[in-house]
Design a protein around this ligand. Structure first.
Ligand code: F6P
Length: 366
């Protein structure tokens, strides 16, 4: 007997390349198991407004190669209220939905947990499963979130291009990349692009320390004895000093130090979030989508599917199915608690990322 109820799927928060392949996989797997899927438009906002329709494999054909979220996404203030969540729950009941898959980041999974708790308190049979999707890679209990690989590739390609023009004009570039609360993209892009410096909030440097480090990097690079006469610094959005302010302060400092170097700033912004998903993102999204449907089928609820989480020897093994050794299932409260620690810098993962960067990338200054 089929144990898979009608599903609903929504994408929420900042869109991430790979959301569409995840939806496509959910629709494909659920349909093959005999269940229907309601595609909810515009995230929790659409859920509250009843904006959704049953979608089948034909509807999602080609979604694996499309960027953004075709279902649409939102940051929904109404869903943060108890009344908004009540309305959302009633809507799911109206559609006859017994399983909800939420694809999104920190805020979206917080919403998923609150909705799951509400359903449980009211005795509504609803299983809620989250999939991690955020280019920032700031979620715990998953080594990668959907969208990170594509965003990283976009940044590295942009840096390669900027290095061409930086070298031609012997200039110093500060390239700002997204990552409000987490420097992961800046750190990994700096390594992959062969940058000379990287700035991220977790390093905990004040403005004076940042400027002093940049001056040293620039002095070294432009030194006639074998310098390279160009500098690339990748800066995370989350660093408190704005890129324009940094440029002004740096220019003043370089003038003072008699280092006549031209500087430029390039803020990549939302360019980093768009574009067709990479092959890796398509594959991760597809496998997480498959796992989400299987999780609902097997009665799991209030969990997030994590991708390839390396376990410390001796640590308790999280639930996983025989079907995909790369996917483990984590209670949402664990995910959200640990994510908080990644964001505030107290997480072992954050400390490990910073330590590894310093030790394994000696060409980079942070
Ligand atoms: O999705 C996360 C993120 O890309 C952050 O890195 C960034 O600060 C934020 O979203 C931007 O959000 P919005 O698109 O709402 O301006």
């Amino acid at each position: 007997m089929a144990t898979l109820p009608t599903l609903a799927v929504l994408t929420s928060g900042g869109d991430a390349p790979g959301m569409n392949p995840a939806v496509r996989a959910i629709v494909g797997v659920a349909t093959s198991l005999g269940a229907q899927v309601v595609g909810v438009r515009r995230g929790y906002q659409g859920l509250i407004e009843g904006d959704g329709a049953v979608i089948g494999p034909r509807d999602v054909d080609g979604w694996n190669r499309r960027g953004g979220s075709i279902l649409g996404s939102s940051r929904c203030a109404a869903f943060r209220t108890p009344e908004g969540r009540q309305t959302a729950l009633r809507q799911l009941q109206t559609w006859g939905v017994g399983g909800l898959v939420v694809i999104g980041g920190n805020g979206s999974l917080t919403g998923a947990q609150l909705l799951e708790q509400l359903a449980a308190a009211e005795g509504v049979p609803l299983r809620v499963v989250g999939l991690p999707a955020s280019i920032d890679n700031d979620l715990a209990c998953t080594s990668l979130s959907i969208g990170v690989d594509t965003a990283l590739n976009t940044i590295v390609e942009a840096c390669d291009r900027i290095l061409d023009t930086a070298s031609s004009h012997a200039r110093t570039f500060v390239v700002e990349v997204m990552g409000r609360d987490c420097g992961y993209l800046a750190m990994t892009a700096a390594v992959a692009a062969g940058a000379d410096g990287v700035l991220f909030r977790e390093a905990g440097l004040d403005e004076e320390e940042i400027l002093s480090q940049l001056e040293q990097i620039i002095a070294r690079a432009y030194d006639p004895s074998g310098g390279k006469h160009r500098v690339l610094v990748v800066k995370a959005e989350g660093v408190e000093i704005s890129s324009q302010r940094l440029k002004s302060a740096l220019d003043a400092r370089l003038a003072n130090a008699n280092l006549p170097v031209e500087t430029r700033v390039s803020v990549l912004g939302h360019v980093v979030r768009g574009g067709a998903p990479s092959a890796t993102d398509r594959l991760i999204a597809g496998r997480l989508g498959h796992a989400a449907v299987r999780a609902v089928e097997r009665g799991l609820s209030g969990v997030m599917c994590g991708w390839h989480v390396l376990q410390r020897p001796g640590a308790p093994t999280p639930p996983m199915f025989d079907l995909d050794p790369y996917v483990t299932f984590w209670p949402l409260d664990t995910v959200l608690r640990e994510t908080e620690r990644i964001v505030d810098g107290s997480s072992e993962i954050t400390r490990w990322r910073v330590r590894l960067l310093r030790e394994a990338a000696p060409f980079l200054s942070a």
